[in-house]
Design a protein around this ligand. Sequence first.
Ligand code: BGC
Length: 323
Amino acid sequence: MSVTNYGGIIVSLKLPGPDGRLADVVLGYDRLDDYLRDPFYLGALIGRYANRIAGGRFVLNGKTYALAANNGPNHLHGGVRGFNRGLWNAAAFENAAGSGVALTYRSSDGEEGYPGNLDCRVIYTLSDDNRLRVDYEAVSDRPTVCSLTQHSYFNLAGHGSGRILDHELMINADAFTPVNEQQIPTGELHSVAGTPFDFRRPTAIGARVDQAHPQLQLGRGYDHNWVIRRHSGDALTQIATLRDPASGRSMEVWSDAPGVQFYSGNFLDGSIPGKEGAAYPARSGLCLETQHFPDSPNQPAFPSPALNPGEVYRSTTEYRFRS
Ligand code: BGC
């Protein structure tokens, strides 16, 4: 794995196939300049609040906060200069769990409109049993909201090897949060039963992605938050399995987050050449972004993303690779 301290971006992640051959399974660029202009959040850390906040505003403890609007009238992935554009401090380490890098970043009071100085720490640990663990931590000196995630686009056949439509996906969720025409949750939870959103059994992504389901039309494919089925409090739950039958590589995602955005890379458009000159057209990579539900700061029925002084925001996601 290689990581840059610009945006905490995972630049490459090489994984053996059953034949032992390594493939780089995440999309990325060869040059920093391409990351500087990238509108797709390839491989980046996302904060202070992953996903959309409606109208770029929210009310916390009776006070209204106006955020940067960078997605029509809405706020997306932390704003114009989200954590994906921050310069993080980085320290490499090795310990009994594996080797990795600890990244820290201070998001100052008022940055992109959010209240409170937020001190964040994200630790990437790569272990010998082919697990990538991401530990997120943050504290604030004023009440604020926080939801951090990782925005790697996976293609288990190898980046630049075409579309991910043959990848089989399982998502451990009975419901998802439907959206309006601006991709803001309506506030309802819809059962996945009988819809193209039912991934409770492994199903090829391409099998239903172009069905005439109104929610698929709104996202131009899958771009929704699934409500993770959870039996116990904090322990990591298996939230998804992704398998590429052709290459034999697979990945389980385990997390303690309440939701996961499955994004089938619909807005990729090939406009920026990828690593080694690869082309990244629509659906050539997919994201599984563990997160609080989108727009939770404005949705009282969703799990609260509020973070108060004295509390610690903690979240962990593990990607367990197999071949
Ligand atoms: C969102 C998409 C958005 C993309 C930007 C995803 O996390 O769900 O709607 O277009 O990020 O690359």
